[in-house]
Design a protein around this ligand. Structure first.
Ligand SMILES: Cc1cc2nc3c(=O)[nH]c(=O)nc-3n(C[C@H](O)[C@H](O)[C@H](O)COP(=O)(O)OP(=O)(O)OC[C@H]3O[C@@H](n4cnc5c(N)ncnc54)[C@H](O)[C@@H]3O)c2cc1C
Length: 406
């Protein structure tokens, strides 16, 4: 019997982990892992952290170089898939080659949202997604001078912190009043603002960027109201959008990304999706969610691979992510849609605390800041929907394990 061919489009964390899993699970057919970037798969979190600061020159590759050939995985870098034909089970590559597949995984990830203002294409204006982007920003940081980050989401805030740590002057310009306000709400946004300000960053909230100005090269960011902030370089962190072009053209069902069921199957037979691009039904939340974080790519790629092998595995992990800024490390578990009821365990002013978001007396999300080894009980509280008394939750003398009843 001819061997099956499994094709993976998108050679980053989700795709590489899926390929690894196919082999680990004993799949003996052909595995073709196709990526548009010139590098073999790598992880992105260091690109705004130690790699950006030049603390390491080691690219954060997912596997050793020899891994792919040793494992019989056909890795095609610098190769773009231009079209997929679900009915014919075929993908088209940019050079005209076609490949037929028995199963296809789309792990095409996401890309930065472009800021639609004049001057955003000037020299010294950067976005950050790839290792090349990180190296280009690193070179600017090495030159020193003044950075303006537009946007104080995770990427903008981390780049600001890294540049500041390397001695640049930094101004953060953000549309909302506070950094990270959309994800964390006002109380925690204020904490992050204070952390940046304490490190000498200027934070301008509630700002509308009208243009990046400069003669060929960026020299200022102009805000509504005609104020100008001088800049030697600018980094735009205006959020990301899932790369759904191939799926859309192929007629797959889209939602916030590529719509999938809890087995990460798309609307087309034999086509799966994982990582940043997948808007997958989540049994715990009884709705589809798209998670644009490292741990999701790490775990969804393998889950999709097992399902491609017919394992019928429902993907129900509690969403998780982390961020490092200066001396502040945090981990966030869960998925809060309302941010009104927050319970703190520990004093936020000490910058060592856990914040819990509650809905109907149940924890829906938790964020530990400079407190470690608590992800398991936080996730258990969320997963088991344990009813909690906010006073008990905030009492540091009551172990979290006692609250979850183990
Ligand atoms: C600077 C930075 C810092 C981050 N820090 C954190 C962090 O601290 N914590 C955290 O939890 N998460 C973090 N993330 C998010 C995390 O890196 C992503 O969630 C993760 O990379 C998603 O992996 P993925 O494999 O789904 O997609 P991606 O990493 O986006 O990879 C998709 C790949 O598919 C390729 N591709 C797309 N279309 C095609 C095509 N048609 N043909 C061929 N190839 C194609 C792309 O070139 C890309 O290489 C960070 C992201 C960035 C950019």
């Amino acid at each position: 019997m001819p061997k099956e061919t499994f094709v993976i489009v998108g050679a980053s964390l989700a795709g590489a982990k899926a390929a690894e899993t196919l082999r680990a699970e004993g799949f003996e057919g052909r595995v073709v892992l196709i990526g548009a970037e010139p590098e073999r798969p790598y992880e992105r979190p260091p690109l705004s952290k130690d790699y950006l600061r030049g603390e390491t020159d080691q690219k954060p590759f997912v596997h050793e170089e020899s891994y792919y050939s040793d494992s019989g995985i056909e890795l095609r870098t610098s190769t773009e898939v231009t079209r997929i034909e679900p009915a014919a089970s075929r993908v088209h590559l940019a050079d005209g080659e076609t490949l037929e597949f028995d199963r296809l995984l789309l792990s095409t990830g996401s890309e930065p949202r472009r800021l639609p203002v004049p001057g955003s294409d000037l020299d010294a204006v950067h976005y950050l997604r790839t290792v090349e982007d990180s190296e280009a920003i690193r070179r600017r940081i090495d030159e020193g001078g003044k950075l303006v980050t537009i946007g104080a989401g995770w990427i903008g805030a981390e780049v600001a912190a890294s540049a500041r740590q390397r001695g640049c002057d930094v101004t953060i310009v953000e549309m909302t009043e506070l950094p990270l306000e959309r994800v964390l709400g006002r109380e925690l946004g204020a904490i992050y603002r204070d952390v940046h300000v304490d490190h000498g960053v200027e934070f301008i909230g509630g700002a509308t960027v009208e243009a990046v100005e400069g003669d060929g090269k960026a020299s200022a960011v102009r805000l509504a109201g005609d104020s100008r902030i001088a800049a030697d370089f600018v980094v735009i962190g205006a959020g990301i959008k899932p790369r759904v072009g191939l799926a859309e053209e192929a007629g797959l069902e889209l939602a916030d990304g590529i719509a999938c069921d809890d087995h990460l199957r798309t609307s087309a037979p034999n086509i799966y999706a994982a990582g940043d691009v997948a808007d997958a039904y989540h049994p715990h939340y009884a709705r589809r969610i798209r998670v644009e974080h490292w741990a999701n790519a790490l775990n969804q790629g393998p889950a999709a691979a097992r399902n491609m092998l017919g394992r019928e595995e429902s993907y129900a992990r509690i969403p998780y992510f982390f961020s490092d800024q200066y001396e502040i490390g945090m981990e966030y578990s869960g998925f809060a849609t309302q941010r009104d009821q927050i319970v703190f365990r520990g004093d936020p002013a000490s910058r060592e605390f856990i914040a819990f978001w509650l809905e109907d007396d149940r924890v829906v999300a938790g964020m530990n800041v400079n407190v470690w080894d608590v992800t398991a009980p936080i996730q258990a509280l969320i997963r088991d929907r344990v009813p909690v008394d906010p006073r008990v939750l905030s009492d540091q003398d009551t172990p979290l394990e006692q609250i979850i009843g183990v």
